[in-house]
Write a protein that binds this ligand. Structure first.
Ligand SMILES: [Zn+2]
Length: 297
């Protein structure tokens, strides 16, 4: 009986330390940048036969021919806007997620409502195009609207973070990685010699629509500086100042939001978005100053 009790105590102690390790790992992961999370989740990925080829780490393509295309300009992959000025995008969340996992996904979906005219809403009978959010092998999404149900894979192993959900949803909305922007050579230097052989295409520039927004080192679509490195040396470095914070986003940046609003012409949303932050002094000095500004797009 004594032996039994001690075994029980030992078992309890062990399980509590396992729980601690698990919690610790989760907490550390939350600190990781979106690029690090994506790379970790998609490393050594073994796709099922019905899963798409990935480029750029987490961008799904239907065929090799799509690799260098700018899908939005070539195929009109923007989602349609309703007469009320909002863009409703149906989604379906696979039922293999736990309620906690579903809550992370839902929080990511809903985070677009307060900052843009994008409204993700549950799939209804009769919808012709929708996002099918599933836990497949890795984190990935197609770029832009594909027609019919399109998979957004958010694997239960490593993809359920606010940043990765936002990142994959921005792909589905039509955005590419920041480092493939058409103007990136003015902002980052790519070190081709440090890139894993055969992975160079992840750094090919795309004729992106930059919406007049500046290159953003802290975009949630920017990978970190060691992405696809074969020798632990950086594959991209900001220029001219290599020390600026780079690829460390853990959520959508101001620029990500701005460019989303411009792409979808969420003009009315700009009113909400551009709340001027007034300091106490500003308010005292200029009470007539409008607190809302509308940016023409
Ligand atoms: Zn991506």
């Amino acid at each position: 009986m004594l032996v039994f009790s001690w075994s029980l105590v030992a078992l309890l102690l062990m399980s509590s330390s396992w729980a601690e390790v698990a919690t610790l790992e989760e907490d550390t992961s939350r600190e990781l940048s979106v690029g690090e999370l994506l790379e970790r989740a998609n490393r050594d990925r073994t796709p099922d036969f019905d899963e798409p080829t990935l480029i750029g780490g987490d961008i799904a393509i239907k065929s090799e021919a799509d690799r260098n295309a700018d899908p939005c300009t070539a195929r009109g992959c923007l989602w349609g806007k309703w007469t009320d000025g909002k863009v409703y995008i149906p989604y379906y969340i696979a039922n293999h997620y736990s309620s906690r996992e579903k809550a992370i996904i839902t929080r990511g979906l809903e985070s677009f409502s307060s900052v843009s005219c994008i409204r993700f809403r549950p799939y209804q009978n009769g919808d012709h195009e929708w996002l099918s959010i599933e836990s497949r092998n890795g984190c990935y999404s197609y770029v832009g609207r594909q027609g019919g149900g399109q998979t957004v894979s958010l694997s239960r192993q490593g993809c359920l973070y606010h940043s990765t959900v936002q990142h994959e949803l921005l792909h589905a909305l039509g955005f590419n990685h920041e480092q493939t922007r058409s103007d990136r050579d003015s902002y980052i230097r790519v070190y081709w010699e440090n890139i894993i052989d055969g992975m160079e295409y992840n750094f090919y520039k795309i004729d992106t629509l930059n919406q007049g927004t500046p290159y953003d080192y802290n975009s949630v679509m920017q990978y970190e500086k060691y992405a696809f490195s074969k020798n632990n040396r950086p594959t991209m470095v900001p220029i001219p100042n290599s020390n600026v914070s780079f690829g460390q986003a853990t959520e959508m940046s101001r620029n990500d939001i701005d460019r989303l609003n411009r792409l979808y012409k969420c003009c009315k949303c700009a009113v909400v978005l551009s709340w001027t932050k007034l300091t106490q002094t500003d308010i005292k000095e200029d009470t007539q100053r409008p607190r809302i500004t509308v940016k023409p797009h």
